[in-house]
Design a protein around this ligand. Structure first.
Ligand code: GUN
Length: 311
């Protein structure tokens, strides 16, 4: 008997990121030609959260590569809500700034909702302002949150059909889970949102044609959660430093990497199960991660085009 081994398609976020970046370059030039200045992005990074520092450096580096003017404002961790509001309001007033991003999470004393509400909706390149959330919910044009918008872009570019398919989103965060569900709905998927209180989570997940995991728990989604042939999108980025946990998750060459480095980056989905059971999946790293920054660049350029009267 022939043993037909299923070879899943790896959805390469780095490739799609490079495509999106290549499409951004002529648009940056067009803004410069038209407005006499490049698109401008301001990133506000409060305190010294090492993960946030890495993300922000990546964002500003990519902006620089594309010729987008960028600056990082880095107030100390003990800043008050009012002081941070003043920074945001000043950025709202500056004509050469098209995009404002306040890196999350913010320190506990800060009223996050008030800060996100203060960002001018037309400069809200994260798509977190209630105005943009409302535009998304009602299917009207507006700035979309970068990670879920990047996932839709990835699915489209790999020609993975969404219309009529059952998409199950695990996680209901404002950053990923909720906007992801809205965007999938806009693509005419049938959408189920799951969370920590969902009954029989593995059973619900097994009904998914497209499974999106955005929970923030290393390798929580195992083969038991996947229908054979499902498309699996892993949004998680968890650093595993515990040896026992690494051994539970990996039985392959990556364990040797763990020994060398003392830690490993793991998504919300068990990587070996995903490679064995799915028909297509996003690896970690190199799947969803690179898309977020590419979409931030696209949002910044879009905002510049709109603000300079190009569209
Ligand atoms: N923290 C984690 N993801 C994000 C994001 O997409 N935007 C911002 N501003 N902060 C984040």
């Amino acid at each position: 008997m022939v043993n037909l081994k299923f070879v899943p398609q790896i959805l390469d976020g780095n490739r799609v990121r490079d495509e999106i970046k290549a499409e951004c370059r002529p648009r940056v030039d067009r803004v410069i030609d038209h407005a006499g200045r490049p698109p401008g992005l301001a990133v506000v990074l409060v305190g010294e959260n090492p993960a946030s520092q890495v993300y922000v450096r990546s964002k500003t580096k990519t902006a620089g590569e594309l010729g987008i003017y960028n600056e990082t404002i880095a107030p100390p961790a003990n800043i008050s809500t009012d002081q941070l509001l003043a920074i945001v309001r000043e950025l709202n007033e500056r004509p050469e700034i098209d995009g404002i991003l306040v890196q999350l999470p913010l320190p506990k004393q800060i009223d996050e909702a008030r800060i996100l509400l203060a960002v001018a909706p037309e400069k809200d390149v994260d798509g977190f302002h209630p105005c943009n959330v409302g535009l998304l919910a009602t299917g009207r044009p507006g700035l979309r949150p970068c990670t879920p918008a990047g996932i839709i872009e990835l699915l489209k570019r790999y020609q993975i059909p969404m219309a009529g398919r059952h998409a199950v989103v695990v996680g209901r965060s404002n950053i990923v889970g909720k906007p992801m569900s809205m965007l999938l709905l806009q693509e005419n998927a049938t959408v189920t949102i799951c969370h920590s209180r969902t009954h029989d989570l593995p059973g619900v997940c097994r009904t998914a044609d497209i499974l999106v995991a955005a929970i923030g728990r290393a390798a929580m989604i195992t083969a038991d959660f996947m229908r054979a042939g499902a498309v699996v999108i892993d949004v998680g980025m968890n650093r595993v430093t515990d040896r026992g946990e690494a051994e539970r998750i990996f039985s392959d060459a990556r364990l040797a990497d763990f020994e060398k480095r003392g830690s490993l980056l793991v998504g919300d989905v068990n990587p070996q199960d995903m490679a064995r059971v799915s028909s297509a999946y996003t690896p970690v790293p190199g799947g969803v991660g690179p898309l977020t920054i590419a979409m931030l660049m696209r949002n910044t350029i879009e905002s510049a085009e709109r603000r300079t009267g190009l569209c």
